[in-house]
Design a protein around this ligand. Structure first.
Ligand code: TXA
Ligand code: MG
Length: 345
């Protein structure tokens, strides 16, 4: 097996302060697929080809692994991610199968289409994967090697495009290496992607289909399928972004999860009517102090963030205070999310 490794000294950090690791580049084979699933199983990061672009994959059910995706991409905010599965049946075990979703899946899966569906009650996908939303994005890719990887791994794989945040999407393994070598564990080289454009994202949770992102599956094709299935072929419009009246771009959706409680940020201690969420040296409220990460680990804090907010919301607390989170690395995305959650509504 040909094997290219980008070496790095143990304990090295790159210029962004990221803990570097060795990145393997392997051609696709039974062996490299087995290696990829083993890495995914232990929470690692694997880039793999799909027919649209290369994805940067992690176990979608493992919040800490998914936090690793945001860290590696240096993403300053938590966009909800697409979870990839091998079959439509696997997708509909995770997200609700409405007549609209069923018709679209019959027509376009496997393929360059992502459906946003309501999470099934027992759906194991991590809250961080969907950025705290009760809706999840699912895709069944057609690429034969992506299919092989998904079948071998057997769990959903969360994957945004495999590039540093703000850079162009990769359509070759070499693009992934240029962008992410030293930051992820493995790149599976499957040659050039056919489409080079990301999947069409369709929200199927309402009465009308809503195209959140145009892609290879066109509006006309979608309308035709809906007509043939005796469904409303009219398509709704994406909702408006939080800050202004501009149309949403991917990841800037107004539907981001916001807790019911009032949030106060950068709190060093709790006022009498507040519950404090700790971080690092600042311990939170309670006998077993609530904390995003007692050891001050940003990866752990990112993995805990949405789960913790959901849990605190379920307790119907009126006021939550949150300890300061350093604004470096993943801290930038955590603080971005916290600022949005704390903004007046
Ligand atoms: O072709 C593709 O779709 C590639 C390959 C790797 O599958 N993936 C990709 O992922 O382009 P990404 O992270 O660049 O785009 C994901 C977008 C988010 O920014 C958001 O717009 C939408 O998918 N999305 C994901 N989950 C969502 C949700 N629960 N509700 C609404 N939109 C969601
Ligand atoms: Mg992208």
């Amino acid at each position: 097996m040909m094997n290219f490794i980008r070496r790095c000294p143990l304990g090295a950090k790159d210029r962004l302060g990221y803990d570097m690791r060795m990145t393997e580049l392997l051609p696709l084979s039974d062996l490299s697929i087995a290696r990829a699933s083993a890495i995914l199983r232990t929470g690692g990061l694997v880039a793999f080809p799909t027919e649209t672009v290369y994805g940067l994959g992690a176990n979608a059910n493992n919040a800490a692994a998914v936090a690793g995706i945001f860290g590696a991409k240096n993403r300053p905010e938590f966009n909800p991610l697409i979870s990839h599965v091998a079959t439509p049946d696997a997708a509909f075990a995770l997200g609700q199968k409405t007549p609209m979703a069923a018709a679209l899946a019959d027509a376009f899966w496997p393929g360059p289409m992502t459906l946003v569906l309501t999470r099934e009650p027992d759906c194991p996908i991590a809250m961080l994967t969907s950025a705290g939303l009760e809706k999840i994005a699912l895709r069944v890719p057609a690429h034969p090697e992506a299919q092989r990887l998904l079948a071998a791994f057997g769990e959903p794989i969360a994957a945004p495009s495999a590039n540093m945040s703000g850079k162009i999407s990769p359509s070759r393994a070499a693009h992934v290496m240029q962008s992410l070598a030293g930051r992820i564990d493995l790149v599976l080289d499957g040659g050039a992607c056919e489409n080079g454009v990301e999947s069409t994202i369709i929200d199927c949770t309402g009465a009308q289909a809503i195209i959140l992102r145009p892609g290879g599956v066109t509006r006309d094709k979608i309308a035709r399928v809906l007509i043939n299935a005796n469904l409303d072929p009219e398509m709704g419009k994406p909702s408006i972004s939080e800050n202004d009246n501009a149309p949403v771009s991917p990841g800037q959706l107004a539907s981001h999860y916001a807790p019911n409680a009032a949030l106060r940020l950068n709190a060093l201690s709790a006022a009498t009517d507040e519950t404090l969420v700790g971080f690092g040296k600042i311990a939170g409220s309670g006998e077993q102090p609530i904390s995003l990460s007692r050891t001050g680990n940003l990866n752990e804090a990112a993995a805990n963030l949405f789960d913790l907010l959901h849990q605190l919301d379920a307790l119907k607390l009126p006021k939550i205070a949150i300890a300061p989170i350093p604004d470096t690395g993943l801290g930038e995305a955590i603080n971005d999310r916290l600022r949005r959650a704390a903004a007046p509504r």
